[in-house]
Design a protein around this ligand. Structure first.
Ligand SMILES: Nc1nc2c(ncn2[C@@H]2O[C@H](COP(=O)(O)OP(=O)(O)OP(=O)(O)O)[C@@H](O)[C@H]2O)c(=O)[nH]1
Ligand SMILES: [Mg+2]
Length: 462
């Protein structure tokens, strides 16, 4: 471990040479926009925090900490700046670093943040079509609460369709075990009484309790995810709704149907439509972060449920960003590229990485199958925003500080390569790691971010 970190700090590390042509090719577009997509807790904010830390360290301290990033060699870069994006709150990088300094992980995201990375490049002969002495390349990144993404598919449904599908969904899979109280409330609820604000609140609170409990137990497809956030821009306390039994959703004259149908429509027009336009709009590349450890930690059924969620969101990942698909792929006749990234890969020993990658490939199967006839190329890879763990005494072991602050070593059974290899009723215990005090060096030692950047830059050779 020590050795790896030392290598990273070696300023003399050779950076592969670069010709101006390659550079012009990579930066033919001046602004690249990335919405790194991911369910709640998938690791978006930590990835952004690490990315900014790495880039700052690279530009301010001169460390070539992204050695594979050969398209942005320090000799070519005059300056790198992180700047806010108009209309977005600035990404709370310093708050996140302060939290890490105190040994705690950054807070879950509750609203949208943006930042842009402006890379000022030296002009080279082959870039002489530019008159200016330098070229600015702007990368825009948007961070948002993961709970928002699960709601986008609700845009294409009517209230009755959504309600019926939500009801079926909460009655199946591992989530059914958390839905019993909610169902009991509905069974006893008197829908003959008018839907007054008080009664709506009563029903809404019961449904929200289900969402909160299911989320705490590793369930990912929870709609509306926006209702899980305390401080939401959508006023769910006033315009909330819940699924209703099909005997009510099939009766368009039922007062409860009328009330919830109206609220659902407000949710679509006032919240989801602008959300899709501002956050899930066109981007240059699709990167989807996936946390496999929550599922591994719970059960095989949880992983199946995650697979179903990703398949359900496939349209949001690709077609939902229709601008991206039509502009980048159809018009330019390019191959679209979507990267599925398993995060927190430092939580398993190095020897298990291949197994994790194989499992990731199976988890994304359903999502990919939705696009078999489309010109989209999928890639899978593993990333750690921070290399929290160290290698253990054997191939199957890692060392880390546990929640009591003790430095411990854990030996792991192999990560299942396929879902069917995971036995019914078994689970794969994931270590509870704490933020280490040398977190900055461990951010710089994070794995896979350079490959991810390479992917963002659109080069084949990653
Ligand atoms: N070991 C390890 N843990 C990580 C890493 N990245 C994130 N985590 C853990 O995962 C948690 C969630 O990460 P976030 O980056 O906050 O996730 P998010 O996608 O922004 O989540 P929301 O804001 O809720 O949508 C963190 O609090 C850490 O506990 C990593 O690289 N390694
Ligand atoms: Mg976040």
């Amino acid at each position: 471990m020590q050795k790896n970190i030392a290598t990273l700090f070696d300023k003399t590390r050779a950076v592969a040479s670069l010709t101006g042509d390659k550079l012009a090719d990579v930066f033919s577009k001046e602004t690249h926009r990335f919405t790194i997509t991911g369910l709640s807790r998938s690791g978006k904010s930590m990835l952004f925090t690490s990315l900014i830390t790495m880039l700052k360290s690279r530009s301010e301290e001169g460390y070539a900490c992204l050695p594979l990033l050969r398209y942005l060699p320090p000799s070519q870069v005059l300056d790198m700046q992180i700047a806010p994006i108009e209309g977005y709150k600035p990404f709370p990088h310093l708050d996140n670093i302060k939290a890490l300094e105190q040994g705690i992980w950054p807070d879950a995201t509750e609203e949208a943040y943006g930042f842009k990375l402006i890379v000022r490049l030296k002009q080279t002969a082959s870039l002489k079509r530019h008159v200016l002495p330098h070229t600015d390349v702007v990368f825009e990144f948007i961070d948002y609460p993961g709970e928002w993404i699960t709601d986008i598919p609700m845009l294409s449904k009517t209230y009755a369709q959504w309600s019926d599908s939500a009801w079926a969904q909460l009655s199946s899979g591992p989530q059914q075990y958390y839905a019993n109280t909610w169902k009991a409330v509905v069974n006893q609820f008197d829908f003959e009484q008018a839907p007054t604000p008080e009664r709506i609140t009563q029903l809404l609170n019961a449904y929200r309790s289900y969402l909160v409990e299911a989320k705490a137990n590793g369930i990912s497809l929870l709609q509306p995810g926006s209702f899980l956030l305390e401080s939401s821009d959508f006023n769910w306390r006033e315009f909330g709704f819940t699924p209703l039994p099909s005997s009510i959703t099939s009766d368009v004259s039922h007062p409860w149907f009328i009330a919830f149908n109206k609220h659902f429509s407000t949710f679509q027009t006032k919240w989801l439509t602008p959300l899709k336009q501002s956050i899930f709009k066109e981007t240059d590349k699709q990167i989807i972060l996936i946390d496999l450890f929550e599922g591994l930690n719970h059960s095989r059924q949880h992983l199946y449920q995650l697979k179903e969620t990703l398949s359900h969101l496939a349209d949001t990942f690709v077609y939902g960003q229709s601008g991206w698909f039509s502009r980048t792929i159809l018009k330019k006749e390019q191959i679209g590229r979507v990267a599925f990234v398993a995060t927190k890969a430092d939580l398993i020993p190095h020897s298990q990485r291949d197994n994790l990658l194989s499992l990731l490939t199976q988890i994304t199967e359903g999502a990919r199958a939705r696009f078999t006839d489309k010109p989209i190329q999928f890639e899978h890879f593993l990333v750690s925003a921070m290399q929290v763990t160290d290698e253990g005494g054997s191939d199957n072991a890692i060392r880390y500080k546990n929640s009591e602050g003790q430095y411990v070593e854990s030996t792991f059974e192999p990560v299942p390569r396929k879902l069917k290899e995971m036995e019914e009723g078994s689970h794969f215990p994931v270590p509870h790691v704490t933020v280490p005090s040398d977190f900055k060096a461990r951010i710089l030692a994070g794995k896979g971010i350079d490959r991810l950047l390479q992917f963002l830059l659109g080069k084949e050779e990653i």
